[in-house]
Design a protein around this ligand. Structure first.
Ligand SMILES: Nc1nc2c(ncn2[C@@H]2O[C@H](COP(=O)(O)OP(=O)(O)O)[C@@H](O)[C@H]2O)c(=O)[nH]1
Ligand SMILES: [Mg+2]
Length: 413
């Protein structure tokens, strides 16, 4: 039996309640837990309506407020970690499932399918969904790119949607994660990255299940809405950058490659259908985003740009006169990413605006040169872009190992 959790902030209470009801009606769900931020409108509405759903479904449903467990911005991370704590301390259930509360396409088989994955032995089951080619730009350009560049021989870059909030974890996984300081302190949007990273780090087998009808939920307009998320997701990757869990750096023997490099058992269900609207949807407001590149420049940002290759600095600064983003191709973004890993300061407002502009230029460059050519072309491109990043970084690592070995041999003779 399992616990189903819905973290929520300010959402349409009808949508949340409907999802709670779907979960509570599920025969394999023992308890539903809603974790809110404060006693605002959504919370009050749930408080009022939950007793009826409880009676109708005869299932335990609890509503709690998140605790302050972490030390970053109090956000979704505190919400999810509060649920982990509740799961460990207040229940003896075997599995916990998380679902975003703003989903309007949620259905019972999302739960069934995940539980069936767990039944056949996967301690981590993640849902993944068809996405428009211009959606998920933090996932592709920040998280998957970072995973590929930093841990190219691990399983991380192969995970379809590492930021997805829909997942199942076995109690043994939660016990590990809840002891991890990086996880508990991550109270903000970085939490999904941490769960993904540490579940791979600990070597838990993972199944990804494909939900073909897709995840319809509250949408963003301008890219600015994503700024906080972008900053926190990048900050999380940056905070992990020195973790040596690539086998190559820990243990340079090629034979062990699949044992200690995070090369876990990881299976992803084949993505069958793609719904029609996914082909047609534009993920964000293109014109509005171009304007964003031109606004909010400070002299400190201009100085910071000196840290980057010249073509990045000149290309981005050109926005003070008119839109400029075609310079930010795949290769340039890789170089930019490495500079960011070294120098970015998530607590500094100028850095926040700068990374946002750099990423926006990457997204616009990709949208106007690649996504423009159609869904299948764009998806093929995104996957192969990650392959190229992995290959590049893996080669760099191998070179380093070979050089180190050579030096070792030289010094011993
Ligand atoms: N408990 C809690 N839930 C949050 C917080 N921020 C967001 N959520 C919920 O987390 C889920 C994902 O957030 P959402 O804004 O939809 O992000 P997106 O789907 O990635 O665009 C939704 O159910 C939100 O209501 C928070 O600070 N605390
Ligand atoms: Mg959402």
């Amino acid at each position: 039996m399992c616990l189903v959790v819905f973290p929520f902030k300010k959402e349409n209470p009808q949508v949340v309640l409907n999802n709670v009801k779907i979960a509570a009606e599920h025969p394999r769900v023992e308890e539903v837990l809603c974790v809110g931020v404060e006693k605002e409108e959504t919370y009050r509405s749930l408080e009022q309506n939950i007793p009826t759903v409880k009676m109708e479904t005869n299932t335990e449903i609890n509503l709690i407020l998140q605790e302050r467990l972490g030390n970053k911005r109090p956000g979704k991370g505190d919400g999810m970690n509060t649920a982990l704590k509740y799961f460990l301390e207040e229940t003896d259930l075997e599995r916990i499932l998380f679902f975003d509360s703003d989903i309007t396409t949620f259905a019972p088989h999302w739960i069934t399918k995940a539980l069936e994955g767990a039944d056949i032995g996967y301690p981590v089951v993640r849902h993944y969904f068809p996405r428009a080619s211009t959606d998920a730009m933090i996932t592709w350009m920040i998280t998957k790119t970072g995973f590929a560049l930093l841990w190219p021989t691990s399983e991380l870059p192969w995970i379809e949607q590492p930021l997805g909030g829909e997942l199942l974890m076995h109690r043994s996984v939660v016990e590990k994660l809840f002891k991890e300081e990086d996880v508990i302190s991550r109270s903000d949007w970085g939490i999904d990255t941490m769960y993904t990273f540490y579940s791979v780090m600990y070597g838990f087998p993972m199944l990804e299940i494909y939900i073909s009808e897709g995840k319809l939920h509250k949408l963003y307009g301008k890219l600015t809405d994503l700024k906080t998320m972008l900053v926190e997701c990048f900050d999380t990757i940056q905070s992990l950058k020195d973790k040596t869990f690539s086998l190559m750096s820990k243990n340079s023997s090629m034979e062990n490659l699949s044992v200690c490099n995070g090369g876990i058992v990881h299976r992803a269900e084949h993505p069958h259908e793609v719904p029609a609207d996914v082909f047609e949807k534009i993920g964000f407001d293109i014109e509005g985003s171009m304007t964003l590149l031109m606004e909010n420049w400070t002299s400190k940002m201009e100085e910071l740009l000196d840290l980057f290759p010249r073509r990045v600095r000149d290309g981005l600064l050109a926005n003070k006169k008119g839109p400029s983003f075609s310079f930010m191709d795949e290769h340039t973004w890789r170089e930019t990413y490495f500079v960011l890993l070294e120098h970015f300061d998530a607590t500094d407002e100028d850095w926040q605006e700068l990374i946002f502009k750099l990423w926006t230029s990457r997204v616009l460059c990709y949208t106007t040169t690649i996504a423009l050519r159609g869904y299948y072309f764009a998806m093929r491109y995104l996957y192969s872009m990650i392959d190229r990043y992995m290959n590049y970084s893996a080669r760099q690592i191998i070179k380093k190992i070979k050089r180190a070995k050579k030096d070792e041999n030289n010094s011993s003779t």
